[in-house]
Design a protein around this ligand. Sequence first.
Ligand code: FEO
Length: 175
Amino acid sequence: MIGKAMQDALNEQIKHEMGSMYLYLSMSAYFNAEGMDGMAHWMRMQAMEEEIHAMKFFDHIKDRDGRVILQALEQPKSEWASPLDAFKAAYEHEQFITGKINDLVKLSREENDNAAFSMLQWFVEEQVEEEASVSKVIQMLKLAGDNGYALLMIDKELSMRQPPAATQQPAEGGE
Ligand code: FEO
């Protein structure tokens, strides 16, 4: 069974992951409104990924006979100054999440919670990928600057992002 301190911390992390989902969905809506449908698609895929992250924490608590308590989400920002501004905000947000994961790893060590520690290693690696993928887009947007043609080419490339793998698998207990 999961300890109270770790259960509370993981419930808090569900809120952060769902908050990430909400933020990226808001960015997706912003890009749709700006006519950048590829960037909107990229953010929508990112939002789906965040829901998967939240559910990993949800399932970890559930599988260890803990109790999931969902918390209220804040209204996310809805406007950004430019695509670069939005992706920079996404990068800063991922750094915030990386900090949260590191805090959870520290707590799992303090609590001698090997199950949580092991589960969290997936997130440690995932955060490296999360930061790298946003950073790559920022680099491209910086190179494009105000060049409309270059921005459209980036938009086209980001439209190719595939849905996260977990969403393509059959549901638990399904055929
Ligand atoms: Fe779930 Fe993007 O961190």
